[in-house]
Ligand binder design. Sequence first.
Ligand SMILES: [Zn+2]
Length: 248
Amino acid sequence: MATLDDNDRAIYEWQIWVEDFGEAGQQKLKDASILVSRVGGLGSVVAYELAAAGVGRLVLAHAGNVKPSDLNRQLLMTHDWLGKPRIESVERRLHDLNPRLETVAVGENVSEDNAERLVSEVDLVVDCAPLFEERFLMNREAVRQNKPMVECAMFDLQAQITSIVPGETPCLTCLFPEKPPAWKRQFPVFGAVSGSVGCMAAMEAIKLIAGFGEPLRGKLLTYDLRSMSFRTLSVSRRSDCSVCSRCP
Ligand SMILES: [Zn+2]
């Protein structure tokens, strides 16, 4: 692993000043590899913040081409890239910000064919997929491979986020044993809502990798930006969970 150099110290100076993070935390970010599953409204902001913070390597998975309806919230997609692969737009924008970032661009969404391999390549997963099929797959692989996963979602002006640490906290299937019946792929949302929870997810990932602060372990933060009300709920593992109950 490359150690921090003068360039790192110059770029990350202001966050290295965070006392319980410091140079040791920055080194952990530089050594880290993180998967962002779907780099849309949520994942664009997560990936941008992680690239800005100096995470060494990002594995990015997202299929499809940029559409006009992406542009209100998918901040790594740009007008000049309409009709071209989203993942190329994502990679280009991240390298404009941080040319030293190593990226692995996967032009596919998470599926049974790639989930195991994608999770095996990283230290931590940030799950930003809108569909429960993909979210359940990421959860299963993260638990199976004992990798922490930050789980976040939004709808309308509401959002929720938790951090899953296998063997310690509830997993996504503990919280949602079944796919919620009303859940849809397309839904109302502002970019400022997905961006707000994307920033929090990036901060959770940074805390989990660097080992400081208090991540949302066994806690679910839900909020509604319509009324600016925030609640943190304690959540528990299910002893009969089909995914994590076999986990030691
Ligand atoms: Zn579980």
